[in-house]
Design a protein around this ligand. Sequence first.
Ligand code: ADP
Ligand code: MG
Length: 398
Amino acid sequence: MKKTLNDVNVNGKTVLVRVDFNVPIKDGIITDDNRIRAALPTINYLIENNAKIVLFSHLSRIKEEADKSKKSLQPISKKLEEILGKKVLFVNQTRGTELETSIKNLKEGEVLLFENTRFEDVKNNEVVKFESKNNEELGKYWASLGDVFVNDAFGTAHRKHASNVGIASNISESCVGFLVQKELEMLSKGIDKPEHPFVAIIGGAKVSDKIGVIDNLLKKADKIIIGGGMAFTFFKAQGHSIGKSLCEEDKIDLAKSYLDKAEGKIVLPVDSATNNEFKDSKPSFAGLDLPEDQMGLDIGPKSIDLFQSILKDAKTVAWNGPMGVFEFENFKNGTVGVCEAIANLDGAFTLIGGGDSAAAAIQLGYKDKFTHISTGGGASLEYMEGKVLPGVDIIKNK
Ligand code: ADP
Ligand code: MG
């Protein structure tokens, strides 16, 4: 078990907190502040417990000097101030005397935010990736600015960067924040210690994106429902005609081997909603074989019934990847059907990992129907693959 905020003394300490403030910004306006709000339990706890709080985060990617003006954390600082109802001191540096002095002058309960950690990826128009390649000197420098390191950025936990692994390797006291703690508890319950029957649902566009997840969940789940674009590579493996649907020719053999190995664990769709091109207009329907001119863009109504009947008895459900092109009004039904089946489960533990799946469930109105929707797309995907997350792994154990 990783140390959490409750296991360290933060009173009067300068606490360095890696948060995930990588929010969408359009024309200088934050269009979704959920990630900022998600950090509040940790920030408020630190305020109440008299810490001197130093926050930092990445925002998007920095590939050249010109990116920096658009990707400052300044607007985020304003937003945080508004949400916290408390002054946030913004320092527009990632290192230097102003930052060092401002941190030294912090009083207990005060909050400072410094500039986008990925500004360290480009210096004088040269791509150096000090942050993204975990430059040793940078990790040491940031670690030297405080007494305790708190990692509360789940979204980057699968990355080995200076602002998580670098700092944690160079500071004596570290722990995870409340957001990361909750993510780990939920993912562990859903993936590592599931109550059975455990049904996994895997979808999305490509088999190649989900190989790790299928491998890992084949070992753990009682049933694996496969939908989305990736189902067509499996259909092809079974000798069906798939028309113009997505197919990864080089993954057909792999799909075959999964079907052999799974011994009936894998449940594929039995029909599809199709269109003659990748377009949001009235669907046609096909059974296991699609006409030459059609493209499967969603699972069909019989598959929805089938999947619902399998989900009915589940005690644990882990879901990654939409059942169809849910972004299209005409092809969202499969994903809605699965959301609906999960919403109707009584007392089951239900979990979504994966950026688009989470977005789909929220957009379709099922936000409150899941036990947990992970905030970390890539990080939750890697957790489902059974991989170690470096940003968490480096934190001290209890
Ligand atoms: P996640 O982010 O949850 O891991 P993915 O990125 O793997 O999910 O997949 C999401 C994408 O897959 C969506 O943009 C969706 O439109 C697409 N998709 C789902 N089904 C199909 C299909 N039949 N054909 C083409 N694209 C599909
Ligand atoms: Mg995705």
